[in-house]
Unconditional design. Sequence first.
Length: 391
Amino acid sequence: MLPEVSTGLFDLSADQISIQSAARKFAQQELIAIADEIESTSLPINVGWRQKYARSGFLGVNIGERWGGIGLSNLEALLIVKEFALVSQAVAWPVFESVVGPIKIIEKFAGEDLKARLLPAVCRGEIVIAAAMSEPDAGSALTDLRTTAVKTQNGYVLNGQKRWCSGAGHAEGYLVFCRMGDGRGRDNIAAIYVDRDHPGLSFGQQESLMGFRGIGSADIFFDNAEVPESHVVVSPGSIGRLMSVFNLERCGNATMCLANAEAAFQISLAYVQERKQFGKPIVDFQAVQMRLADMYMRLRAAELLIYRAVGSSDALPTAEASSLAKCYANEIAREVTSNAMQIMGGYGYARAYGVERRHRDAWGWGVAGGVIDIQKINLASHLVGRRFSQR
């Protein structure tokens, strides 16, 4: 049994609590069986369910009404993400991508025609757009990208390879980070939108990951893929503005971590009150009580850092606030899910109880969207007021 929707540690408005409650009711009543099926098959949630999300008002909620969204704040968007992710991050993935994914970059920087084609389709649940950033030799070192976009008379020709793209092969569209022009470094990095069925785009074999069932990952190959100039979302020289939108994605990442940890905690909290050893519930033992309190403190601290970062407006989070929220949530999610497994003993290790799944998934978020160590470097840069070269 999950607790009341509002923890009381952060002041939510009556409307926000209502949104949170509606998302929880939908997720708990509609999606538990679907989540179990996805965990077994590793297939992503289908278009029919995405469209049901949309009809229920859960997709693109922080996208402008002009583009088919609801125009709510980023905080309200993350409240919905968390409620879905409490069930499973796979069923939350379309919501995540519709409110903090590359669609927000498209909303902020793309041309009017491209916005008109893509934004309403995302809000209707017809398409999911994934980010294609990492490459075999460019992970944390994003400026080492080798995928190129060469100018032609009609647009650009893309060549290169992407790796660790969440949603690769399943998402209907991709925001591809690439290099335009000669030379290396941040000033030549751009972002171009490409449809999944575009000529010259192909996919490698689906990865078999520790977690993230139902969120595909595969290499993406571009072989002389010609795209029109209107598909350029971010031009070279704008990587600073581009990455500012990713501060919001970091908060979404932190929210997925928080939900994984919260779900594991709630399962273990119910378990220790029912499980008896030595003639009494194991919650009566101080060792268990201390572990529960430590887990709860970390959950609430992570929640406050996320809510502080996104605030109550539609302004983008700062790099400092988003790195702090992501780094802390990434770390405590691994810790809390591990402690939940330990409290439950063999039952925590059994797939039937769902805690081991949360532990596997929690680890992935500390790698995705900028590894924990990179977030700490960002924080150190904030503290001393300058960027650190890694070369």
